[in-house]
Ligand binder design. Sequence first.
Ligand SMILES: *Cc1c(COP(=O)(O)O)cnc(C)c1O
Length: 409
Amino acid sequence: MERFTGAFTQQEPIPEAGIAAALAVLQHGRLHRYNTVPGEIAEAALLEEEFAAFTGARFCLAVASGGYAMGCALRACGVTPGAPVLSNAFTLAPVPGAIAAVGGRPVLVEVTEDLTLDLDDLAVKARSSGARLLLLSHMRGHVCDMDRLMARAAELGLTVIEDCAHTMGATWNGVQSGRHGAVGCYSTQTYKHMNSGEGGLLVTDDEELAARMILLSGSYMLYGRHRAAPGEEVFRRLRLEVPNVSGRMDNLRAAVLRPQIGLLDDRRDRWAALYRGMEAGLAQTPGLRLIPRHGAERYMGSSFQFLLPAWEPARITAFLARAAARGVELKWFGAPEPVAFTSRYEHWAYADPQPCPQTDRVLAGLIDMRLPLTFTPEDVALIARIIRAEVLALGQAEVIEPVEAPLAD
Ligand SMILES: *Cc1c(COP(=O)(O)O)cnc(C)c1O
């Protein structure tokens, strides 16, 4: 019986240029972004300038985490305590958490079997809640039809903030993810597409939002040291009314990140090759549904999802245990208790209870795995053979032996 022995959580090392730049920062000791000597431009300011150029945005701000980026964008867009904010019912906990952090009220919108926002339910929930904002999560890199979404948002009077934690470097009809809405939010946490351990980036073309976010992030009166930022006059209007909610990025992380921007396109192509290998290995497996991809998107295939539609929980649990026993680490988003990063909206007990039966049906059979770039095409082919064999074995089993759920990291 074949067994996989690789690690699903092992990312690639930091590129040599990033290590050298990080050492230089450590040697001079000026880690704080505003701690510069005359003539010096901080690594954080350079990162912002370079990421703005990469996405084509006018303005960019580097912050402490992806979660902070979303909260900062929401606050800059004027979310006040009790304000309803629309978001996907299927996403990760930092998304409703960012809404809660600014006192907003998450209003959950159903997702489709393709794991993207249901645009009809968006209209229903926007009207019933009166929300003015949508925090759109491109969860696991699945992007809804962005042209239709933006048209629908305009009809409904919604401002869109994009959560691009899983779509940094992805495009829709040639437009970078994060450039459709008013603000794009990214994470540079280790498991995303550029790695600084923790970190976040924000992009926007709106000078008032950019200035608000820079002031919010804790720029004191040093906003003049930002480069991908609006002019002094915009700050002068706002600087006394915007609270300081510190969440800056430091020069060490920025130094680690700058050389990774130029690698994003190559990483996207390599991830796509792994993703397509998994897709090919699992195609036409009875009982297993692949998630269709839209021709207009170029996705970051850093994780892979499939559905086991209408499988009972015991059958899924047994399948996960058997795959785990063969070294294949899968997560189930339908599990009654959250395990590691999995989460279902019922687990966000701070949000008002709001049943989403369509999303429940999808999550009940949704299986998820990481595809780190340390995997080879042969690894992917082997993992797919193991999954296929176990789906076939369990999909047809008449009696399912009870098994312990595998322990997650
Ligand atoms: C990781 C993640 C974020 C941001 O997370 P941080 O850990 O705060 O950087 C946001 N949305 C989704 C969907 C994520 O997976």
